[in-house]
Design a protein around this ligand. Sequence first.
Ligand code: NAD
Ligand code: MG
Length: 389
Amino acid sequence: MSKDKRHIAILGSTGSIGTQALEVIKSQPEKLELEVLTAGSNIELLAQQAKKFKPNAVVISDESKYEALSEMLKDEDVKVYAGEDALNQIVGIEAVDIVLTAIVGYAGLKSTMSAILAGKTIALANKEALVVAGELITSVAREKGVDIYPVDSEHSAIFQCLTGEIYNPIEKIYLTASGGPFRGMKTADLKNITKEQALDHPNWSMGAKITIDSATMMNKGLEAIEAKWLFGLKSDQIDIIVHPQSIVHSIVQFEDGSMKAQMGLPDMKLPIQYAFSYPLRLKSDFKRLDFKYFSQLTFESPDPKTFRNLALAYEAMDKGGNIPCVLNAANEIAVESFLNDKIGFLAISEVIEKCLEKAEFIAKPSLNDYIDVDFATRAMAKELIAKES
Ligand code: NAD
Ligand code: MG
């Protein structure tokens, strides 16, 4: 990295990735500087972060919280804005080099697009943006000469393995999956799963939505689609392998048969930092892996018959067009409904499957098409859920 610091905007700073990104920035004062913080509605934490990190500006998406946030920050030298337009504008300010997209779900799509259009380097955590509109996002990024660095640990692993391999095509990648809390269970065992059980992930502490996606294996399906767009792959080049220890973060296989893997303890701070510092590795005090405690690393095939979301995601990836957008919208509503005790664990896949069956295919959707498809699918999923309950 040059002597200059990298100036960072964190979209979704109050979440799991956002707060870990702040720890990374705090630990690298010579190299990284915070410029912008944004959050959905948690003004208490946002104000606390602003007082500590002294950014240039903060944005709260929930406009009704603007007055209260301004009051909390009245003695600080920080600009306070609210609403979606402010979020889409703030990513373009000159002071920012890198935008970390750490908003969860479809809600992160427009701000990701805005940051790309403004020519900012993207550290991408918001995988749903690529699932919904991967073709559009990657083509606009290419046009604008914008780099997208992955933050998702599996994709960061692949990205790290590709260093120095510019002339060597990928034959295949293996995305590793922990298998979540219900690994090895069959459909009958999953019938009466509670949200408390589903929220109890064995290896990673994350936001609620991605934790449920990990329990249903939808997370790995979304990651397969994310990998397709990040690395320009076909679905038969993307394999999922269950690796319960979460030490091997993913593997690339090259055309000579050689495989490269990236390993380490499960800690999102490492991929976040790498996306900020690429191509350099910054010295860190992250806990090191000690093989004495991991004498066995195991690998097994996933079970898409039980964890149907995985099969549904591959089906959506193969169909392409607007279908992954349908998959994502139906999943977001189904997960939210599961978290609100409106549907059971197994109904998550049923809602998604029905929405996919009813979807009308659009081969080359525009941004407006995605917005319409997302809207219509949410309505459809809610209607299906209301009918069942
Ligand atoms: P989270 O729920 O902990 O945090 C989400 C953040 O987004 C919060 O700051 C929230 O205020 C903001 N937000 C939510 N809805 C919003 C809206 N409508 N408008 C504006 N802001 C909004 O989520 P997370 O676990 O940090 O995940 C963030 C993203 O990173 C997700 O796309 C997830 O798939 C991805 N990711 C997370 C992890 C992890 O370890 N948590 C790992 C890999 C990828
Ligand atoms: Mg991941």
